[in-house]
Every structure is written in C-alpha cells, then in structure tokens.
Design a protein around this ligand. Structure first.
Ligand code: ATP
Ligand code: MG
Length: 346
C-alpha cells in the first residue's frame, strides 16, 4: 500500500548557494502528490535527495523508521530498492534496446532467471503501452515513448515509492494527457506512493491528491489538492492559475517596483477558476487513495470557487460521488467489471 515519506527541516546548499531550507512535509502513503515550482527552485535536487543521491545539509527523510541521509551505505542500498525513479531526461542507455534498458535493474539488483526477467519486463512494457518495441533503441523512438520506457524501467522492481521528474516536458498535449491517465491507472493498480514534479498546470490541477510548491528557497505550501486549488496565497494562486500578474516573474522573483507598477496598471490575480474533478482510472475502479470530491473543502469550511467539481457533461461530482461509489461496489460484488465512468474524468 505504498510507504509514507516524512521530511523534516530539510536544507540543501551547494557551497554558498542555499537551494531550499527547512522543508517539512509528509507525502502520504499510496497517494499521488505533485511538486511544483519555478525553474531552478530545486525540484530535481529535492527528488535526488529523497532517493539518497544527494545528501542534505540538515534535516531528516524518514522512510518508516529509517532516516535516509544518515543510513550506512548497505542500508541505503536496501532502502533505495523501495524507490522507482524516472529522471528528468529519461536516462536510458543509448546503446541498449528498450528490453535491455528495462531489464537492467532486475539484472543488477536481483538474482532472477532470464525467463522470470522476461515475464516482468513484458508485463511492465504492456502496462506502459510499449509491447512490440522491445528491440528499438532509445534513439529510434519518440519523446513520449522514451518517457514511457523510463517509467517501465522505474516499475520493474515493484517500487513502494515512485518519483517522477517532469514526465510531461517536451510532450505534446495529447501525449501528456495519455501519460497523466497512465499515472492514475498505475496508481490504482500498484498503490505505490507517487511524487511527480511537473510544470504542467493542467497535470497539477487534475492528477494529484496533494500538491506542494517550492518557491524562493522554501516550501510555500503542501497539502490536499482542494486546499491549494482554493488557496488565496499569492504565489500558489499565480502558479496554479498560470497568471502573469503576481509575485513570480521571469527571473523567478519580481522586485518591489515591478509589483507596484503592476498594481498601478490594475493587473490582479483575478478570481479563482473552478476546481476540476480529479482524473479517474480508465477502467472505472476507485483508487484506494481516492478522496471524495469536495470532502476537504466541506471539512474545512471552505467554499470552493463557483462551478467546482462539475465535469464536461455537467454532472456535479460532490452529489454524484456516493451514488458512483455504491454502483462500483455493487458491480464489484457481482464479480462484474465496474462500469466506465463515461469520459476520462469522473
Ligand atoms: N550537483 C550540483 N552542484 C551544484 N549545483 C547544483 C547541482 N545540482 C543542481 N544545482 C543547482 O541547484 C539549483 C536547483 O536545480 P534543480 O535542477 O533542482 O532545479 P529545478 O527546480 O529542477 O529546475 P527545472 O524546473 O528547470 O528542472 C540550480 O541553481 C542548479 O544550478
Ligand atoms: Mg528539474
């Protein structure tokens, strides 16, 4: 059911350059979390720290009762096996075909026979829609296929935690949408803890259970999607709504005079757009980590922006949800395939 990652007071600097400081958050077990932030704020450095490739200067990364930065080498090696990682550039070996690339962690970390390896590799290639491309070299396939091959490789050791660095960079909107659906489907199947770094606002608004945001060397906020999507905090609001006006500028931070000029020009952050329904597994099942739409807002007395939780067909999922859960449970009890929710979003 995935493993929780508890980060406490984490600080990382390279020489005199502090990348981020005093970052504390809990990535809930089995849920999908997304980490956002302007370019250069240290999102990749954060992921590399979580998996033990970079050592923080201060703070703790608890994986169960193990504090990762302080583990002796052999325990770190063992703990790393809990992780599957898809790096920003895919990091496939250019001279190996996709089959061998994906088989690599199994040959490296397990004593499985070649026939067992074949079974796992083909299963994961099937999961990411790459069956038939086993003999292709990374140089012969599209950007989207490379990402999916990297994802298959991150999955072969059945990770409890999947870290993914910008899976959607360089992909067209259709491929990004397909990949996003794949993450939701994968999470429903393997129940691992997912942490995805992305710049794509649509991904951030529709995929995760939780959203976090790094800005100006701090973690501005981390919490349930409904908390951030209804937040009035200026940085969160600007980034999640892709606005030009707000504290974030091209050089990451605007100075005071720029902000003053903007307020004189009457640019403001505008009203919050509706919270879209979260993407659902394509086979209609309900993810173990799924929260009921609107539940966080209701529990915290927050009125979501008008039009929230309404899908393309005009259905309001705060009202629809109990019925949907009951119908899926009934379908499961009768051993039948649960029905498709109708459209990619519930
Ligand atoms: N090994 C390293 N040594 C020194 N500085 C580094 C190292 N790795 C990263 N940095 C610096 O840390 C900062 C954050 O880099 P990082 O790659 O984590 O940013 P990012 O948020 O992932 O950006 P992007 O969205 O563009 O991928 C940058 O200033 C970068 O130059
Ligand atoms: Mg990065």
């Amino acid at each position: 059911m995935g493993v929780e990652i508890r980060v406490e007071g984490l600080t990382k600097a390279f020489g005199r350059q502090t990348i981020w400081q005093d970052v504390s958050l809990t990535v809930p077990a089995g849920e999908i979390s997304v980490l956002l932030g302007p370019s250069g704020t240290g999102k990749s450095v954060f992921l590399k720290s979580l998996v033990g490739l970079l050592k923080p200067d201060r703070g703790h990364i608890w994986i169960g009762d193990r504090d990762l930065p302080y583990l002796p080498e052999h325990q770190l090696y063992e703990t790393r096996k809990l992780f599957g990682v898809l790096f920003q550039d895919g990091a496939l070996f250019g001279s190996m075909n996709l089959y061998d690339n994906i088989a690599f962690p199994l040959r490296e970390h397990t004593k499985k026979s070649e026939s067992d390896i074949r079974r796992v590799v083909m299963e994961k290639m099937d999961m990411v829609g790459l069956l038939g491309s086993e003999n292709k070299l990374p140089g012969e396939i599209s950007g989207g296929m490379k990402k999916r091959a990297g994802l298959a490789r991150a999955l072969v050791l059945d990770p409890e935690i999947l870290l993914v660095d910008e899976p959607d960079s360089g992909l067209d909107p259709v491929r990004t949408a397909l990949l996003n659906q794949l993450f939701i489907d994968l999470n429903a199947q393997i129940n691992a803890t997912f942490l995805i770094v992305t710049h794509d606002i649509n991904t951030a608004r529709t995929i995760p259970d939780n959203i976090g945001m790094l800005y100006r060397r701090e973690l501005v906020m981390f919490g349930p999607r409904e908390m951030l999507l209804s937040s009035e905090e200026p940085v969160v609001r600007q980034f999640l709504n892709a606005r030009r006006a707000g504290p974030i500028g091209m050089s990451e931070e605007k100075d005071v005079s720029e902000l003053e000029a903007e307020s004189k020009m009457g640019l403001d952050v505008g009203t919050l757009p509706p919270i879209q329904p979260q993407l659902m597994p394509s086979d209609g099942r309900i993810r173990a980590a799924q929260h009921a739409p609107g539940a966080w807002c209701a529990a915290h007395g927050v009125t979501p922006p008008p039009g929230s939780f309404v899908d393309d067909l005009g259905r309001n999922w705060v009202e629809e949800w109990p019925r949907y859960v009951a119908s899926q449970q009934a379908a499961a009890m009768h051993g039948g395939q649960p029905g498709h929710p109708g459209g990619a979003q519930y």
